[in-house]
Design a protein. Structure first.
Lengths: 687, 164, 191
């Protein structure tokens, strides 16, 4: 009953979204404010509607109504309640509904803003948001119905149907198949929602961009409205990516966090264009340049979001992340074609209106360096995109399946990342409009000398690896330059305002959130870079079979295999095999680790959970690979020492803080004659 | 006479040393069974042929355990890394490699990104040039406009100078 | 503010750029579309003519005195092509039945059984063949070329090819009985 109700609500939502699109279009062309208002209200209605549908699904999941196919596929009686709720996005149908729900939440939030000055955007924002929404809801209604029930027809076949077929009986299995154990990790519980939040949040800036293109109001108004949206979207996307890395590190048992898997890259690509966009919008705000380019970037970001979702869910790409083969491919393909063609068409149509208002003055000006930054981000994008697409080309052209894996991406991207870091070191010191080698040189030589000093120190004490040293130099340079910027700003304030240094620092950051939040992000990215350099260049590993009491040596650590135990947890249907391993450095016992293997009876799947000892210097990461059944005699362990990897996680946390600082709402400044005001007495906030 | 003799002696000695050096790894392979680490070092460079995008050294399935055993067997028979990789390619297709083999159409995989990046760089450089030219003309009329554009920074600069 | 005052030259995107963009976009969409279509196809369907292929044979197996067998040489015979692997548990369920069926039809000379070993390791494959006493022709599917031809989705899968080289029936997953195998072969033999 509840299932039919939920399905009904989905259908209603679909109709409402379509109505909203129609009303908005007619309202725009007939200049009817009331029609547009009606469209806006129906748009607001989609969120409560989808919430009700989602709630129905959650109730079904929690109650364990296994007659509903989706419930049968992703839950089982033994699962705790919170997992039953999060199983909502543990399968294709449910996660599509989750997508739609988040999307309607964001779209509603966007429509709730004050529209006084931007009335002309409203209908087209509604159109873009609701076309997208209607499409995703349609996928649920026509192809992946989370509310479909299982029926047994008279010939004995059991299948899922939205409507009961003739001569059939509802069928309800006694228990469900249970959530994929890989998805039961806390990181996995929030990793997809974060990614989805990032994805759907980008729909809002895109909607405004399209609205600007359609209405011809191509000044930077749309950018100013959506600035914070794109920052939040970027925050969620970044957070989702980091969580995914952490999840891989904790659960996948390969001692790494990122495998250049096509699906990872599919989520990484919108992040790349999104990051480029964050930088280049500043040029448009400051200098009125790059209007065309910003349009391209936001369209590209949205397109990559949709394209990535399509690749993952249609079965075009095969990957550990991919959803099972699904019927949504063709319609998704049509939607993508429609989106691409419309956006590109509009962009070309308005191309002339997007001319720059200012000109480039110097190759070393901040805007020129930002352009270089954009070039580098686009280069990484090209590498990633080509790496994902090439296997498809190869398969079609020659029938030969090939893999494009980590060595390809790492070789191509490392120099690009290094160049990006160098830019991060230089750009904060260059001025808008003009900069010369002399002015830049004067600003950079002191941090530069310090950075060289730190690199020499690293050479003397830590490593002779050239790549690592280049990396450490760049990290040191960026951090020093950025700290120097903080210091310079705070000192200046201290002088003029008579504040204490720290008060000055706090005010400075508070008054220029985007600028100093951005610098904060730069610093934390450098910490992450240290972690990445550490694990990529210095990771050590060994594997061996040892008897109880036996030892293994790796990189100065001694591991002693003490014991192994195996037991069943019948309530949750898991068989645990847990080893006890002591970690020594010299004679000193550091810690006891418990690497284990969880065998899930329902899904017949093994999970290898590492035992990890984390310090700021390195992680000792122990995996239980194999063992002699029912004895404590021999067990095989794989041990990794991952130097500096915790810098990655610490950096990630600081990174999130930085984005929150940068994105924290502050009062919107009067936009009238912004550019004039800026040029006349530009002070603080908009940086 | 004496000298040439000595030279020959040196040459023989050198050859003997070289031979000994070369013989060590061969002998090592012959006597010691390959360790798990030796096996993983090769397996790391390959993908599991049946599970998508999982490196062979960390893949937990039984099939992968078999492949690793095969690598062990081949290592103990003295086969080189390259030979083992080639064996896997012949058997299970090029997709077991972490990168497309550098041949035929696959060169596209390696050529296109640098070309695209170069094209992008050239385009950007061209755009700079085009942007600069009118700017030079314009700056004659309004030299001061942009100098004050970032007043905040220039104020900072001024402050910093004052401190010295 | 002089910079904004300059008379804007209304210049659209250059034609060549527009053409390039549309071409790239269309190529991308075409690529993805074709791939999507291919993924949706599934295995080869009954009625499809099977392109010729050569199966190299494991040591100890020979056809016509050669250590390989070519599909086109088997015209006039019913061909049962079984994809398997030693790591595949469901394959073991049907191994004995397949061998039994082969022994049943071998004397007639009108049926050929082929076993294609899909991404496997040779030592284990040999153990498997020995364990089930498999005598019909078996060999490795080198480079997954044959399995790609049939677009198999997994192992075991068995394809029945009639005397004219047309695929007539596909069994995805293991057979449950000897009779199930015989039924399909008898249909093709009766033609």
């Amino acid at each position: 009953m509840l299932a039919q109700f939920g399905y009904g609500i989905l259908v209603v939502t679909f109709v409402v979204a379509l109505y909203s699109v129609t009303a908005a279009v007619f309202g725009y062309f007939n200049k009817s404010a009331s029609l547009v208002e009606s469209a806006r209200r129906s748009m607001l209605l989609t969120f409560p509607l989808l919430s009700v549908a989602a709630l129905s699904l959650i109730i079904l999941l929690v109650q364990g109504d296994f007659g509903v196919q989706f419930v049968y596929e992703v839950t089982s009686k033994s699962m705790p309640t919170y997992l039953k709720v999060t199983a909502w996005w543990g399968g294709q149908a449910g996660s599509l509904l989750f997508w739609s729900w988040l999307m309607s939440a964001f779209a509603s939030l966007a429509t709730l803003r004050k529209w006084d000055r931007d009335r002309e955007f409203l209908p087209w924002v509604i159109v873009v948001a609701n076309v997208t929404l209607a499409f995703f809801v349609a996928l649920n209604i026509f192809f992946e119905n989370p509310f479909a029930r299982l029926y047994q027809t008279f010939d004995g076949n059991i299948a899922a149907y939205t409507f009961a077929p003739a001569n059939s009986m509802p069928f309800a299995p006694a228990d469900g198949r249970g959530l994929n154990p890989l998805l039961r990790h806390p990181g996995m519980v929030i990793h997809p929602p974060m990614l989805y939040l990032g994805f759907v949040a980008y729909v809002v800036p895109f909607a405004f961009a399209i609205a600007a293109l359609v209405t011809g109001r191509t000044d930077d108004r749309w950018i100013r409205i959506t600035r914070r949206w794109s920052l939040w979207a970027w925050l969620f996307l970044s957070f989702g990516l980091v969580l995914g890395g952490r999840w891989a590190y904790d659960v996948l048992g390969w001692g790494g966090y990122w495998g250049w898997d096509p699906v990872e890259i599919a989520a990484f690509m919108p992040w790349l264009t999104g990051t480029a966009f964050l930088h280049s919008v500043m040029i448009q705000e400051k200098r009125g340049m790059l209007k065309q380019w910003n349009m391209i970037l936001i369209i590209l970001t949205y397109a990559l979001v949709i394209f990535g979702t399509f690749l993952t869910r249609s079965g075009v790409l095969s990957s550990v992340h991919a959803f099972a083969q699904s019927a949504i491919g063709p319609s998704f393909f049509i939607f993508i074609g429609f989106t691409f063609v419309t956006s590109v068409g509009l962009l070309i149509y308005r191309w002339a209106d997007l001319k720059a208002e200012a000109e480039m003055k110097s190759m070393l000006s901040r805007e020129a360096l930002f352009l270089l930054n954009n070039l580098l981000f686009m280069s990484v994008l090209v590498v990633c995109f080509w790496g994902v697409i090439f296997p498809l080309i190869s398969e079609l052209a020659t029938g030969q399946k090939v893999t494009v894996g980590p060595p390809f991406y790492e070789r191509a991207n490392s120099p690009l990342f290094a160049a990006l870091m160098l830019l991060m070191g230089i750009a904060p010191l260059s001025a808008w409009g003009h900069s010369t080698v002399a002015t830049l040189g004067r600003a950079i030589w002191k941090p530069g000398v310090f950075a060289v000093g730190i690199t020499l120190l690293a050479y003397a004490t830590y490593t002779h690896n050239v790549i690592a040293l280049i990396g450490f130099f760049l990290v040191a340079l960026v951090i020093l330059v950025t700290l120097y910027e903080f210091w310079r700003g705070a000192r200046a304030r201290q002088k003029t305002q008579g504040e204490s240094f720290f008060a000055a620092l706090a005010r400075l950051t508070g008054r220029n959130r985007r600028r100093y939040g951005g610098y904060f992000i730069h610093i934390s990215m450098m910490l992450m870079a240290v972690g990445i350099l550490g694990i990529e260049l210095f990771q050590k590993e060994t594997q061996g079979t040892v008897q109880a009491g036996g030892t293994m040596e790796l990189h100065g650590y001694t591991l002693v295999y003490k014991d192994i135990a195996q037991w069943d947890d019948f309530a949750s249907g898991v068989n645990y095999t847990r080893a006890v391993v002591q970690v020594y450095k010299g004679d000193q016992l550091l810690t006891e680790l418990h690497p284990r293997t969880d065998y899930y009876y329902e899904s017949q799947q093994n999970m290898t959970i590492p035992g990890v000892r984390s310090t700021i210097a390195d992680d000792v990461y122990v995996l239980l690979v194999d063992w002699e059944p029912a004895s404590a005699i021999g067990a095989t362990f794989k041990v990794y020492v991952n130097p500096l990897v915790n810098w990655l996680w610490v950096g990630s946390l600081l990174f999130l803080m930085g984005v929150i600082i940068a994105a924290w709402p502050e009062e919107e400044r009067e936009p009238s004659a912004v550019r004039a005001k800026q040029n006349a007495h530009q002070t603080s906030a908009a940086d | 006479m004496n000298r040439t003799l000595r030279n020959t002696q040196y040459a023989i000695l050198l050859i003997l040393i070289l031979a000994a050096l070369l013989a060590i790894p061969v002998a090592a392979q012959g006597t010691n069974p390959p360790t798990d680490d030796d096996v993983n070092a090769v397996a790391k460079q390959l993908y599991c042929p049946v599970c998508e995008n999982t490196p062979l050294d960390v893949c937990p399935t039984q099939a992968c355990a078999q492949w690793r055993d095969l690598i062990r067997l081949k290592l103990s028979q003295g086969e080189s890394e390259a030979e083992i990789k080639q064996y896997f390619v012949d058997n299970d297709g090029a997709s077991v490699l972490k990168e497309p083999p550098r041949e035929g159409l696959n060169w596209l995989a390696y050529i296109i990104p640098p070309l695209a990046i170069l094209a992008g760089a050239a385009f950007l450089f061209g755009a700079f040039r085009r942007m600069k030219k009118p700017a030079l003309a314009a700056s004659a009329q309004s030299p001061e406009v942009d100098a004050s554009a970032d007043e905040y920074v220039s104020r900072l600069e001024a402050e910093v100078k004052k401190q010295r | 503010m002089t910079e904004t005052m300059e008379a804007p030259v209304r210049r659209g995107a250059p034609l060549w750029a527009q053409i390039v963009i549309w071409m790239v976009l269309l190529a991308l969409l075409a690529l993805v579309g074709v791939t999507l279509n291919k993924r949706k196809q599934g295995t080869v369907q009954p009625g499809d003519v099977i392109p010729d292929f050569t199966l190299p044979l494991f040591d100890g197996y020979q056809y016509d005195g050669k250590s390989e067998v070519k599909l086109s040489d088997l015209r006039g015979k019913v061909v049962v092509l079984n994809f398997w692997a030693s790591w595949c548990k469901p394959c073991e369920q049907e191994a004995a039945e397949l061998q039994e069926a082969w022994e049943f039809y071998e004397p007639t000379g009108e049926v050929i059984f082929l076993g294609a070993d899909y991404v496997d390791t040779e030592p284990e494959a040999r153990v498997y063949l020995q364990k089930y006493g498999i005598t019909f022709l078996n060999g490795p599917d080198m480079g997954t070329r044959i399995s790609q031809l049939f677009r198999i989705k997994g192992v075991p899968e068995t394809y029945f090819i009639d005397k004219t080289g047309v695929m007539r029936y596909v069994q995805v997953g293991p057979f449950s009985s000897l009779a199930q195998i015989q039924q399909q072969i008898d249909i093709l033999l009766a033609e």
